[in-house]
Design a protein around this ligand. Structure first.
Ligand SMILES: Cc1cc2nc3c(=O)[nH]c(=O)nc-3n(C[C@H](O)[C@H](O)[C@H](O)COP(=O)(O)O)c2cc1C
Length: 192
């Protein structure tokens, strides 16, 4: 396959798809939600999770106040909600009202937990560093909410029960289903 090699990086989307999630935050009685695709686990011990947020986001202002946030993982059927909170500004509109977002009680933080999420990580901010035009926010996961029904005995997402919401960039969303899952034991494969 012919490859193009370029130093003209532009907005790079070659590493997508990414799981699209909804970050929620609450400070001083004000709450907000935004879509995030630039997020990652960082460490098991302590459990750390990172997310890259542009400082101009209203969410970031609230996050600086509360120093707490939650990352909510929603199924593909709720991708339109991800697009909604990722296409509107919380300074102008109450997204929870406008998009009829249902909440559940957080355990350790003030961040709203989304009822439609199959899993949510409640995080306390432990670091925030500027990298280029975004801030890398690191949170310690202090509580995990999840629907135990959607996990296999291995603790992985059961693709027969949940279709994750993947973001391809350019407003395109996709998912994967159980037929695409392969078990490739790394020990077995390393011996070959
Ligand atoms: C699928 C998707 C993923 C996004 N990922 C991020 C992200 O990781 N970081 C970020 O700063 N903005 C991201 N955005 C943009 C914000 O969600 C968007 O600017 C939102 O309107 C910010 O809301 P706020 O101003 O109420 O905070 C994403 C948008 C979409 C639709």
């Amino acid at each position: 396959m012919a490859k193009t090699v370029t130093e003209n990086i532009g907005e790079f989307y070659q590493h997508y798809p990414k799981v699209a999630a909804i970050l929620t935050v609450q400070a001083g009685g004000l709450k907000n939600a935004m879509a995030v695709a630039w997020h990652s686990s960082i460490s098991f011990k302590p459990p750390l999770y990172g997310v890259s947020i542009a400082p101009k986001r209203y969410t970031y202002q609230l996050l600086l106040e509360s120093k707490e946030f939650a990352i909510n993982f929603l199924p593909f059927e709720r991708a339109a909600l991800i697009a909604s909170v990722g296409g509107s500004g919380g300074k102008e509109v109450d997204k929870f009202k406008k998009f009829s977002i249902e909440e559940e009680k957080p355990l350790k933080t003030s961040a709203p937990i989304l009822r439609d999420a199959y899993a949510t990580y409640e995080c306390r901010m432990v670091d925030n560093r500027e990298y280029g035009d975004h801030i890398w926010v690191v949170g310690e996961i202090v509580a995990v909410h999840f629907v135990s029904d959607v996990l296999t005995v291995r603790g992985t997402l059961d693709m027969n029960k949940i279709s994750p919401a993947l973001y391809l960039g350019a407003e395109l969303y996709a998912t994967v289903d159980a037929t695409s899952v392969r078990f490739l034991d790394r020990e077995v494969h390393a011996r070959r």
